[in-house]
Design a protein around this ligand. Sequence first.
Ligand SMILES: Nc1ncnc2c1ncn2[C@@H]1O[C@H](COP(=O)(O)OP(=O)(O)OP(=O)(O)O)[C@@H](O)[C@H]1O
Length: 407
Amino acid sequence: MTASALPEDFLTSLKPDSVLGVAVSGGGDSMALLHMLLQAGVLVRVATVNHNLRDEAQAEAQVVSAFCVTHGVSHDVLHWHWDGTGNLQDQARRGRYRLLSDWAAEAGLDCVALGHTADDNIETFLMGLSRGAGLDGLSGMQASFSRGGIAFHRPLLHARRSELRDILQGAGITWRDDPSNDDPGYQRIQVRQSMSALETAGISAEQILMSLSNLQATRRDLNAELAAEVEDHVRLDRGDLCFDLHWLEAKSAESQRRLLNSALQFVAGQDYPPRGVKMMRVLADLRQKSVLHGCLITSDDAELRVGRELNAVAELRVPSTEVWDQRWSVAGTHSKTTEIRALGEAGLSQCAVNWRDTGLPHASVLASPSVWEGDRLLAAPLAGWANNWSLTLRQHDCEYLEFVLSH
Ligand SMILES: Nc1ncnc2c1ncn2[C@@H]1O[C@H](COP(=O)(O)OP(=O)(O)OP(=O)(O)O)[C@@H](O)[C@H]1O
């Protein structure tokens, strides 16, 4: 397929007359994506995230805005502000996806397209080598995934960055690349700059893309086999994931690792799996109680349970109208001072009912979301005391386990 064509299966997957959300930073890749979608006659609505970290960001959004005005396309600028916690790059990426999925949901859009390219995939593969990554880390980005209930697509994974720039130049379209795309302080940029040295050693971009395609096929097959079995052997228990232990123990180490990674990412609301070394310790003895990735892994004779660990959420407080721990929201009589927090021992002692009647383990109850007003507990739905508040589990973005989560 040439870079100038969008994949046929992507275009046919779009519902007729539906509007596609497009995330456009103003850089060459996403500007080319927008141009190609318009050329293909797709109805679009565009969003640009201003992370409010660089002075140039406003000018980049302006480039997108001007293009959208010329083409009669609706364009929204979404603002993100760093709260100073966590790793900045990681928080900015998470914040961007959250803003984009909230924007899409509010605008009634089912899907959002992103401008990741074949070059991004090559760089991700090479960066994976530096971590000693396995099949998942080396097989590149997926063409689609879901986040916050919105489907995200990457229809340019076949296209090379240089080809996209040629398309833009040919069409007389201007773009504005983020200057950090040239900053050798980032590993991605070092990798990008070392491509010519690799080519000299006989490792070309085309060969890496061929390996990526082989790895992706293997990954797809493996996942499909697991997904088919998960239905009968994994259950969702009020936010915890419970595996049939005998079934899990009989699986290969690689399958166990994939399933547990997925469960840990789901329960902890993380985009990334835990470090391989830590996971190897857990796999060495599945029946051993362990804490990994902010989750507690426990087992009895029948089941292995992955639940949230209290320490990971003990300090987490959000207004009751917001999402807690990436995945829980509550409905009830909100006020300016009502908050969601982990129940903890302090909450459990105020609980008006006996939590043991819920059948949930003590640790899961302690780490469960509860509603507070100051020091007063208003509700603890997973401890059996809903008190006119209801709880919804929001996150459904999880490979292999999708079937379980949709039931
Ligand atoms: N600030 C942003 N606003 C909207 N979408 C964004 C933003 N940053 C990234 N994206 C989306 O994510 C894709 C990949 O992000 P990446 O960080 O690789 O972007 P980039 O290097 O700025 O690429 P591009 O050249 O497309 O702007 C982009 O092509 C775009 O679809």
